[in-house]
Design a protein around this ligand. Sequence first.
Ligand SMILES: O=C(O)/C=C/C(=O)CC(=O)CC(=O)O
Ligand SMILES: [Ca+2]
Ligand SMILES: [Mg+2]
Length: 410
Amino acid sequence: MTTARTGTPWLGLDPAHPFGLQTLPYGSFTTPDTPRPRTGVAIGDHVLDLTGATAALLPEHAALFTAGTLDALLAAGPATWDRVRAAITDWFLDERHRADIEPLLVPADTATTRLPFTVADYTDFYASEHHAANLGRMFRPDGPALTPNWKHLPIGYHGRAGTVVVSGTSVVRPSGQRRTPDGEIVFGPATRLDIEAELGFVVGTPSALGRPVPLADAGRHLFGVCLLNDWSARDIQAWEYVPLGPFLGKSFATSVSPWIVPLAALAHARVAPPPRSPRPLPYLDDTGTEPWGFAIDLEITLNGHRLSRPPFAAMYWTAAQQLAHLTVNGASLRTGDLIASGTVSGPERATGGSLIELADNGNRPLTLPDGTTRVFLEDGDEVVITGSAPGPDGTRVGLGEVRGRILPAG
Ligand SMILES: O=C(O)/C=C/C(=O)CC(=O)CC(=O)O
Ligand SMILES: [Ca+2]
Ligand SMILES: [Mg+2]
């Protein structure tokens, strides 16, 4: 990985800006003047039109950006990721590039962000011990909080890639089957609609069928990170999930933030994951490898009111272990695969990553500033998840936000 150049950008950025030179996240956007999608990089309160900039300043890589999505960049691999990031950093630090770059800066509030890449396969893991134990107690009160396999392998399920939507997309309350407390099977709009605050890891370089990806190779395949909300209808889920796992209770929508933060921007946020006991099997044993924990702090708000601050650093299984496990049977990775971390929940109630935890399975309603209470989401509610991580020289690396509002059942 090339060492990032540091310095003062000519743009006159506030050093506290979460989208400063230390972040440089990639996305896809349109403007009223340019309705054709463009690839962009967010910088301060602007978006640099990368499709325009590379044509002029980085012609050898211009083909990566003509389609206006991140797909070609993701597929290009780590050497290209480093070269492009170094070039963009240089454009903002070297005054000589100013005349070329300035006309390609678009005020962020005039840019409409789009789903930044074509989602290939979508997998959702279950990697927070706190979340897994909390949900285990609620869904399986008569059994152990953690299932016997939990500390031996990163549990996951394959989700629905085609219903991953970009932040800002409204979510229609799903309808489905549920079992009432009296044991009656009924159909109707979900009554226990929830969120799950997660990170999404985006796969760049694909892998070959039949060839597992060892822990040490994770950095060659993973490009970057987004915020993710795994909307979950708990009543549909609780009735349908035995024995094959989540299905319609989660497949109606999964929201992602529009700006993908490259792993290169998170070098200062790496931390050792929590100690594991028992020691996992060799293909999952990350003792002595570069750490894949991240000191990323999430925040969940409901209708503008802060509900929780989940700490990603507490996650038991890392994205590198999830990739190793996902491929250990020979399954291949595709460019655009989205690996959701699993709900991020910390040890205290105020750090839960879902409403079912924050409101204790409906037993402890949350009171909002307008005096109303919630155990699950109501129509019209808007959930925003934000996140940030430590960057170089005391800066913060922002992950932006993932936002979604609930519309009544159709
Ligand atoms: O314990 C269960 O049966 C279900 C758990 C979840 O719904 C959580 C899930 O989607 C995985 C995660 O986000 O951690
Ligand atoms: Ca989930
Ligand atoms: Mg979902």
